[in-house]
Every structure is written in C-alpha cells, then in structure tokens.
Design a protein around this ligand. Structure first.
Ligand code: SAM
Ligand code: DTB
Ligand code: SF4
Length: 322
C-alpha cells in the first residue's frame, strides 16, 4: 500500500509536471494542445450554453470574487427565487438564440431540502422537456439530492474547484477545497455529468494554477465539462482591484487543460468581455470548445450575441447543435 509520503510525492510530481507544461514556450504549448484538440473534437464546432440566475444574492459564503456574497457591499441586491414559468420562458429564448444547454445558478452555500429545492427540480424537468440539456449550480449537496436531480432530468452539475489548494484559504474561508471535492463525488455517484473548473486572475501563482489543473485532471473519471473563468472584478469585493490576468496566462492554462483532459469540453467562461477577439480566438485554437452565450452571465455582462456571431463568422466556427 502507498504511504502518505508516497502519495504526497506523487501529487507533487504531478503539480511540477503541470507547472513545466505551463512554462513551455507558448507556440510549442499551443501546437501540442491544438493537435490534441483535433484528435478528439471537431475544431470548428463550439458548444453554447446560456446561464440564468434563479436565486440572486445574500449568499452566506465569503468567496472573495463574488458579487452575491452577503459578506460584501456590492451593487447586487438579494432577490427571492425566480418562478418556474419565468425560467422556462428564458430557456425558450436561449434555445431560439442557439444555446443547446441551459444552466441555472443559485447563490446558495448548499442545497436544503424543501419547497425551494422542489422548485428547482420542477425547473429541471420543464427545461429538459424543451429539448435543452440541463445544468444547475447550487452549491454543496449530498447523495440523495444529487439522485433527485438526476431523476428530474439533470444532465450536468456545475461545481468549481475555484483555485489551487495553496491559494484556497486566501480566497474563501467558509469552506474548503475538500468540501468541493465531496460534492463532486456525490454528483458522480448519482450519474450526473460533472462540470468542474475554476477561476484565474485572483492573484494566484503559476504553481496554484498548476495545482488547480492537476486536481481537475486527477479526478477519476475526469470532468466532462471544464469551465475556465477569468475573474470578472466586482466593485465591493476584496478582489475588485486585483491585477488583471495577462492574456497569455489564459491561453496557456486552456492549452495545458486541453493536453491534460483531452476528452473534456473546455469552456472559455467568464471574462470574455474583457478579452480581445484575438485573445478569444487563441483560446479557441488552444482547445476551448464551449462558451456562454447571451448578454448576461449571472450578475455581470457577457459579449452581445451579435458580436459572438461576428466572431464565429470570422473564424468559420459553428455552434454545436444536438
Ligand atoms: N453558489 C454556487 C457555487 O458557488 O457553487 C453556484 C453559483 S456561483 C456564482 C458559480 C460559479 O461562478 C463559481 O463557482 C465561480 O467559479 C463563478 N464566479 C462567481 N463569481 C465570479 C467572478 N466574479 N468572476 C469569475 N467567475 C465567477
Ligand atoms: C462557471 O464556471 N462560470 C459561470 C457558471 N459556472 C455558473 C458563472 C460565471 C459568473 C461570473 C460572474 C457573475 O456573472 O456573477
Ligand atoms: Fe455564494 Fe457561489 Fe458566490 Fe461563493 S460563488 S459567494 S458560494 S454564490
């Protein structure tokens, strides 16, 4: 049996290997990532998801990046949960806009059994009936809650690992990375596909990025969907004035993620409004093959559908249709 020391050494080697990948000359990294990408995916197809916030603000967690944490004075106000009909109407519009997956987010620390969770189950059932793939992100959950979501027709559960282990405490104090990993395991056990990624540009070191990627790639099986978010700085949060992420770090991280997780659908997620067309194009070339569409993410803006359509036309890309 492996001793703790053995596994610690193995884990460290993995992080070192990822760090070496991230440190390679950019064009070598890009060439390998693009080659891996086209062996496993159609390089001209991009999966499009649309988000809706079904419960806004007032979250008890203290995630330093988040507009919806009750710990910080941001412009986002706490709102009651959305009605099922409004969610279904939004999902219809998303389908008309070319999205094939509808992702519903709640500013919860964790799922609690009761009327609100029952309403989420109804939302999942009705969105699924529209012929869309369904995804929710509701914070932590247990095996039974994951099973009930699966029964309602849930395809994906989004639960990010946020950042690397060495940087975790600097960003969130109200939960641990191991809490996150436990929820991911419940999702897996219920047979729901895992959507799990993180955020870059929170003042983390290159080592912390390597830790995040090593953790994601080390999940067994690997996540089906991996969102890579660039921090959207939100006034009032502790990270409002953090130094912006350099575009090459976004491209490098996506390229390394593609090499480490060849089959995953990699999402160029939050932060596209701050990127140039060229920067986004390089991320898509490096292996990102999914985006969020629609004018809004959860509480912050996303590129307008017309500008995404123009970018797709310039690059010869097409939205994946099921
Ligand atoms: N409360 C649930 C949770 O944290 O899992 C679900 C909603 S939470 C807003 C969903 C994800 O949005 C987070 O895991 C985080 O990765 C991302 N996110 C939140 N604020 C962000 C920001 N300002 N910039 C980039 N990504 C952000
Ligand atoms: C993910 O990784 N990114 C999305 C989705 N999962 C839920 C959320 C991005 C949120 C960006 C900040 C906001 O709009 O509040
Ligand atoms: Fe709450 Fe999720 Fe925001 Fe953290 S990221 S404060 S858990 S809504």
């Amino acid at each position: 049996m492996a001793t703790t020391t053995d596994s610690a050494v193995r884990a460290k080697t993995t992080v070192d290997e990822v760090a070496a990948l991230l440190a390679r000359p950019l064009f070598e990294l890009l060439f390998e990532a693009a080659s891996v990408h086209r062996r496993h995916h159609d390089p001209n197809k991009v999966q499009c998801s649309q988000l809706m916030n079904i419960k806004t603000g007032g979250c008890p967690e203290d995630c330093s990046y988040c507009s919806q944490s009750a710990h910080y004075a941001t412009a986002v106000e706490r709102e009651p949960m959305q009605a099922v009909d409004e969610v279904v109407a939004d999902a219809r519009r998303a389908r008309e806009n070319g999205a094939d997956r509808f992702c519903m987010g709640a500013a919860w620390r964790e799922v609690r059994d009761g009327a609100e969770f029952d309403r989420v189950l109804e939302m999942v059932r009705e969105v699924k009936e529209l012929g869309l793939e369904t995804c929710v992100t509701l914070g932590m959950l247990n095996d039974d809650q994951a099973r009930r979501l699966k029964e309602a027709g849930l395809d994906y559960y989004n639960h990010n690992l946020d950042t690397g282990r060495s940087h975790y405490d600097a960003i969130i104090s109200t939960r641990t990375l191991d809490d996150r990993l436990r929820t991911v395991e419940s999702v897996r056990r219920a047979g729901v596909s895992v959507c799990c990624g993180g955020i870059l540009g929170m003042g983390e070191s290159q080592t912390a990025r390597a830790e995040l990627l090593a953790e994601l790639a080390g999940l067994d099986p690997q996540p089906e969907s991996v969102p890579i978010n660039a921090l959207v700085p939100v006034e009032g949060t502790p990270l409002a004035d953090v130094q912006p992420l350099d575009w090459t770090d976004m491209v490098r991280t996506i390229a390394a993620a593609r090499i480490l997780m060849p089959r995953a659908v990699l999402r160029l997620s939050a932060g596209r409004t701050e990127m140039t067309e060229e920067g986004q194009a390089l991320c898509l070339f490096a292996g990102a093959n999914s985006i969020f569409v629609g004018d809004e993410l959860l509480t912050t803006p996303n590129p307008a559908p017309a500008s995404d359509a123009a970018l797709f036309a310039k690059l010869g890309l097409e939205a994946l249709q099921r």
